[in-house]
Design a binder for this molecule. Structure first.
Ligand SMILES: [Fe+2]
Ligand SMILES: [Fe+2]
Length: 319
């Protein structure tokens, strides 16, 4: 593991004291000294995470008007609203590091910022809504439970709160898919088709393989990540593979098997597909950005009204 190089303004003593705090399990708080690289990595991670929550509302929001019952519709509305709240917590957490909301939104809307690759896949049937809850929120929980132990206080606390809501998302998704997997032949077919399309993207959303994840060693040294992408992916498969099989579904990986340690070992992941999607060439990248830009433009009057209100408060205070 390479030793991080301090900036000219950062002394080795400062860096050593900072790393000692991390070793002691202390949380780093907004006003504390921190290396510039730590701040930058956290802004990158937290803002990407915030964008993922907000963009993640799009594939599910598209099905609110088509939910098959009032009960399912109420659950889906609550879930999509939760995701908006997660975006809010996370943008606030990134703001404590000096990033502005405008900078972060600009990076998203101009396509410079990344968000989770999974949301660039289309939601073709109602079963996709269940499968997203079970697999996508399930994968997110594995990652976020780890991040709840992260060294940066505001990120870690946001994760604790978010995870409890994600648990509800996960359960409702599982309940829905299990019901369809044991339902009519048409429902079973719909559930299987959703699994066929979402299984591999769900594995990929936990990030590139450790050998292609250059930031991981430093993020682990600084307590931002506590596990590697491949470790989190293994946890996810170990929990979900037996449950999907028990539900009567077939995981679309002929090489999937359990080893002597009890780990479920997957076949090769198509990382070319993953990188294509990350680079903006997934099925829905363009539509997602267009939808976010449209929403931002439609909300211009709200920002104008807030600015006018603030200006009036200022002028009244001056009077
Ligand atoms: Fe979320
Ligand atoms: Fe969620």
């Amino acid at each position: 593991m390479t030793q991080p190089t301090p900036l000219p303004t950062e002394t080795p003593e400062q860096l050593a004291a900072f790393e000692a705090r991390i070793q002691n399990g202390e949380k780093i708080e907004p006003g504390d000294w921190m290396p510039a690289a730590y701040r930058q990595q956290l802004i990158r991670m937290i803002s990407q995470h915030a964008h993922s929550e907000v963009v993640g509302m799009l594939p599910e929001g598209a099905w609110i008007t088509r939910a098959p019952s009032l009960h399912r519709k109420m659950i889906l509305i609550a879930k999509v609203q939760d995701e908006a709240g997660h975006g809010q917590y996370l943008y606030h957490a990134a703001e404590t590091l000096g990033a502005t909301r405008e900078q972060m939104l600009d990076a998203l809307l101009t396509g410079k910022a990344k968000y989770s690759s999974i949301f660039n896949y289309p939601t073709l049937t109602w079963a996709d809504i269940g499968m997203i809850g079970w697999l996508v929120d399930g994968a997110a929980i594995k990652n976020q439970t780890m991040l709840a132990g992260a060294s940066y206080g505001p990120y870690s606390r946001a994760m604790v709160r978010i995870c409890s809501e994600e648990t509800f998302h996960h359960k409702q998704g599982k309940e829905m898919v299990v019901a369809y997997a044991q339902g009519t032949p048409a429902q079973r077919e719909m559930a299987q088709d959703a699994l066929d399309r979402w299984w591999w993207p769900a594995l990929m959303m936990l990030g590139p393989s450790d050998k292609d994840s250059p930031n991981t060693p430093q993020l682990m040294r600084w307590g931002v990540k506590l596990k590697t992408n491949d470790e989190v992916r293994q946890e996810f498969i170990n929990e979900h593979a037996p449950e999907l099989i028990e539900a009567g579904l077939t995981i679309p990986d002929p090489l999937l098997h359990q080893d002597e340690q009890g780990n479920w070992i997957h076949g090769p992941i198509n990382w070319d597909e993953f990188w294509q999607v990350v680079k903006g060439h997934g099925q829905m990248n363009r539509a997602r950005l267009e939808a976010r830009n449209r929403a931002h433009d439609d909300g211009a009057w709200v920002r104008d009204a807030l600015n006018a209100y603030e200006a009036r408060q200022h002028s009244q205070a001056a009077d």
